[in-house]
Every structure is written in C-alpha cells, then in structure tokens.
Design a protein around this ligand. Structure first.
Ligand SMILES: Cc1cc2nc3c(=O)[nH]c(=O)nc-3n(C[C@H](O)[C@H](O)[C@H](O)COP(=O)(O)OP(=O)(O)OC[C@H]3O[C@@H](n4cnc5c(N)ncnc54)[C@H](O)[C@@H]3O)c2cc1C
Length: 485
C-alpha cells in the first residue's frame, strides 16, 4: 500500500479534518523529550517522521483504525498528552508508522461521589480533571510534575506516579476500571470495582503497556476527599546523605504515610532551594488528610528527625512555595528549549528504584562513573521522591555542554543511561521507576526482567502478534523477532 492510499483510508475512518499531514507537525511529532537538543535546534533528521497524525473522536474510529493497521502490518503509535521522555513516541524502526492521538476524546463522563470514582475519556487533561474535582472537594491524588501537559491515556500507559504517591500510590493504585481497544479492533471494558479475586488483575496488564497492546479509551479513577487546608509542610537541611535516607526509611517503617517525602542531594538541592540552603542536602515532607492525621504524621516525623543529629529545620512555608511552582506546563518545556538553544547546555532525567540498603551506594557509584567516563558533563545529581516500605526511587538529573561532548546528543544521553542501568542492575534495583521504558531503555529489557522476560514477551505477543502497536517500545524489534527457544 502506498502512503497516499493509507492516508485516504484513514481519512475515510475519521474524516479529513482529523488527519494532520503537515510536514512541520509530522517532524515535531517524530521525537519526544528524550531528544531535547534536536527539538531546540529544529533538527528532525535523525528519526523517520510519522506519515500522519490521526485524531480519533470515538471508540468506533479507534476500532476501524487499529483493525486496518493490523491487517496491513502498519505501526501505530498511540499518543495523548505527548509529554513522553523515553522515546516512547518515536518510531522503533517499523515503517510506515502513524500517530493515533486521543486528545480529542476529552470528556469527563461521570463523577460518582457515592462510590468515590470518576469516569473519563483517555484525552482528558489531568490538570482539567483535578481542577474540576477540587471545586467539588475531591482529588484523584495524582500529581505528576507534568500534570498540566498529561492526559489520562498516557498516564495509565506509562504507569505514571505523582508527587503525593507515598500516600495515594501510583496510577496502578488509582485505576478502578478501564476500557480500550485491542490491535484487532476488539473492544474491552474492565468494570470499576473496589477489588476482585477472580483470577489475575487484568487492569494491570494495560497499566504500563506503553501503547504496545491496546489503545486505552476510557478509565474510572478513584476519588479522595480534598482538604488542602490541613496540609503541613516540613523541611530540613543536612550534610550526611545516608542519614537523610535513613530518616525516609524510619518514617516508612514507623508506619507514617506523608503524601510527599523527599531527599535532595546537595547538587540537586542547589537548583531548587538556593535561597535558603547552601551546599547541603535537603529533606522534605508534606502531611495531609484529616487535620488530626496530618498533625499526628507531622509530629511523628518531627520526633524521628529530632532523634538524629545534624538536621536544621527551615520554615514549612518554603516547602509550600516551592511545591506550588514545581509543575511544568508546555510553556515551561518550551522555555527550557529556548534556554538550551541559547546556552548549549542540555539537561535530562533518569529514574530508577532500589532497596534501602542499596540506594546510597548506587547513587554514589553512578555519580562517580558518569563524571569520570562522560566528557563535557556539567554535573549529575538527584533526589528521591517516592517512598515504599522496602525501598525508594532515585531521580537522576544531569546536564552536559553540547559544545564539549564531541558527539551527538543521543550518544551522550544513551551513554549516561547505560551507566545508570548498569549500576542499578548491579545493586539489584529496577532500571525504570516511572517514566516508562520507551525505546530508550528497551535494549536492557532482558536484563531487567531476567528469567521472567519470557512471561512479558508472551504476554505482549499474545495481544499484538503482528507488532502493530508501538513496535520497539518495551521490547526492541530485533528481540521481538528473535526466537527465545
Ligand atoms: C517536565 C516533565 C515532568 C514529568 N514528571 C513526571 C512525573 O512526575 N511522574 C511521571 O510518572 N512522569 C512524569 N513525566 C513523564 C510523562 O509526563 C509521563 O510519562 C506521562 O504519564 C505521559 O502522559 P502523556 O499523556 O503525556 O502521554 P504521551 O506522551 O502521549 O504517551 C506516553 C506513552 O503512553 C502511550 N499512550 C499514550 N496514550 C495512550 C492511549 N490512549 N492508549 C495506549 N497507550 C497510550 C504512548 O504510546 C507512549 O508510549 C514528566 C515529563 C515531563 C516532560
């Protein structure tokens, strides 16, 4: 089939007004925020652009488009908010490909205060949803830093997590039910329930599937009472990184559940708290919920910190002011691009997770290796922002000078990612905590999964035998085609 024939067919499903084939739009849609320098330079020559962006407005259209793609061995890349930063929106090498964009399916369908749940279409903006729910006194509890950009489909497909996860959990704890379309056009609707034990939880098959086995069209999320007036913010500066992680662990082990609990290593702290902390690490908490619980949580945390020497408290208002301005909208993404183009400095993030015993040595070895092995580095630092009873995450943040690296953006970015992956695996951690594996870390999927890799591969291939959906994300195409016998 020629590209023109494919586009004509797609137009017959969704209408010409819902197909974009402008060169500029296709080039912009060929990459995501893994390639920030290329975006800043308007250099779209590394990756094959999609042949079209197809905006769907109802489930029947998704069915038609997916069935057509499956029958004709095309490659469909689902998209909603477009804030992916792991090459999840790039082609993995199977051509031709097109973007299937759900952002025009954006209705809040039902708010159900009795059962404390809300049903939305995949293209609903999380910011819009939260603004609406907050007015009614509710929240989903989900607040990723990219909240103003993201939409429900992508949030579920990436297994995203928000700033208040230590209380509310990740998206996997929030999805009560979800609906979607499989590559052969079959629809499914998993009814929203509090819990069930009728076999495996099939919601979880789609949460984190990164557009590789289904197009998510709708979801029902749990709601919680929104009571921001009860929030209590706490912050300390300190010198011994391991002591800060010990506090995070002690708080979790003692049974407290602050919504936010973080440690910033000094390098990262300098980027956020320079007005009131100098060359020290930072420990932060936010307690929320009913007033008596928020107070008891804050009192308990204070007592744990007080039992350790070397922590200097600063006003909670500083924490609130910082948190109120932490989120990124499209303007901020664009401003960063302009800054990169002007200064030739670029910056990225990579997030992993590991047990309490491993996180500090892991962080130190990544920092040492990156600074020794990668030319042109400005620096590498990081913070821990999501706490669990058995460990924590590390959100590495790093930058380099494009003028000094003597290589392409992606070569250096990949090199740093490889070091982080190697050290994380050495320390028995997971190489992806919340951004999704995309195509950036897909080459390490077998090492990540070990002997459970065949289970993952069988699962994905059972749903998408022709590799029609986001080919190359999660499992690279060469591994997908390779026999594991
Ligand atoms: C500044 C910034 C801050 C960020 N902070 C966070 C954070 O705090 N927490 C966090 O978890 N992530 C964060 N991210 C990463 C990103 O925002 C998340 O991965 C988010 O969940 C992506 O949602 P989206 O709607 O933008 O999805 P998209 O970028 O459109 O897509 C992401 C992935 O999901 C798939 N997909 C999209 N829609 C569908 C659908 N309807 N059906 C099936 N598959 C689909 C795509 O194919 C792709 O693989 C951040 C990103 C940026 C740029």
């Amino acid at each position: 089939m020629t590209v023109d024939e494919i586009i004509t067919q797609l137009q017959s499903f969704v209408g010409a007004e819902n197909i974009e084939i402008g060169r500029e739009q296709l080039e912009e849609s060929s990459i995501d925020l893994y390639r920030k320098w290329e975006q800043a330079q308007h250099e779209f020559n590394q990756i094959t652009p999609p042949i079209a962006i197809v905006y769907i407005t109802n489930v029947a259209q998704v069915q038609q488009v997916l069935r057509f793609a499956d029958e004709n061995k095309l490659n469909v890349i689902p998209r909603t908010g477009g804030s992916d930063i792991e090459r999840g929106l790039e082609t993995g090498g199977k051509e031709p490909h097109f973007i299937l964009d759900g952002s025009r399916m954006n209705q809040i369908l039902k708010v159900d205060p009795t059962n404390m749940q809300v049903t939305v279409e995949a293209g609903v903006s999380l910011q819009v949803l939260e603004d609406n729910l907050n007015k009614m006194g509710y929240t989903t509890g989900h607040s990723p830093q990219s909240k103003p950009i993201t939409q429900i489909g992508g949030l579920i497909a990436t297994r995203s997590i928000g700033q208040y996860s230590t209380l509310y959990g990740g998206i996997e704890d929030m999805v009560a039910g979800l609906a979607g379309v499989l590559p052969d056009g079959t629809t499914f609707d998993i009814k929203p329930i509090p819990r069930r034990a009728a076999g495996p939880d099939i919601r979880q098959i789609f949460i984190g599937s990164e557009g590789t086995i289904a197009f998510i069209t709708q979801a029902t999320l749990k709601m919680h009472t929104w009571q921001p007036d009860n929030n209590i913010y706490l912050g300390w500066a300190f010198d011994d990184l391991a002591a800060g992680f010990k506090i995070l662990r002690d708080v979790m082990v003692a049974g407290y559940r602050p919504s936010m609990a973080r440690v910033y290593e000094a390098g990262d702290a300098a980027l956020h708290f320079a007005d009131f902390v100098h060359e020290q690490h930072v420990l932060l908490f936010m307690a929320e919920g009913p007033a008596n619980i928020a107070q008891a949580t804050a009192d308990g945390i204070r007592a744990i910190v007080a039992a350790n020497a070397g922590f200097t408290e600063f006003p909670g208002q500083h924490v609130k002011d910082w948190l109120d301005h932490l989120n990124w909208d499209n303007k901020r993404v664009n401003d960063e691009r302009i800054y990169f183009a002007k200064t030739h400095q670029v910056g990225y993030t990579t997030e992993i997770a590991a047990g309490w015993s491993e996180i500090v040595p892991l962080f130190m070895s990544v920092q040492t290796r990156v600074m020794q092995e990668v030319a042109g580095m400005i620096g590498i630092s990081g913070h821990s922002s999501h706490q669990y009873i058995n460990g924590t995450n590390m959100y590495f943040i790093y930058g380099y000078w494009m003028d000094k690296v003597n290589a392409t953006e992606i070569t250096v970015h990949d090199q740093i990612n490889r070091i982080i992956v190697e050290e994380t695996l050495k320390h028995a951690g997971t190489i992806v905590h919340h951004h999704g594996i995309g195509k950036a870390r897909a080459p390490y999927i077998q090492e990540e999964y070990g002997t459970s890799y065949p289970v993952l591969k069988k699962l994905l291939q059972a749903f998408d035998p022709h590799n029609t959906m986001n080919a190359g994300s999660i499992i690279p195409i060469d591994l997908w085609n390779k026999s594991d016998q």
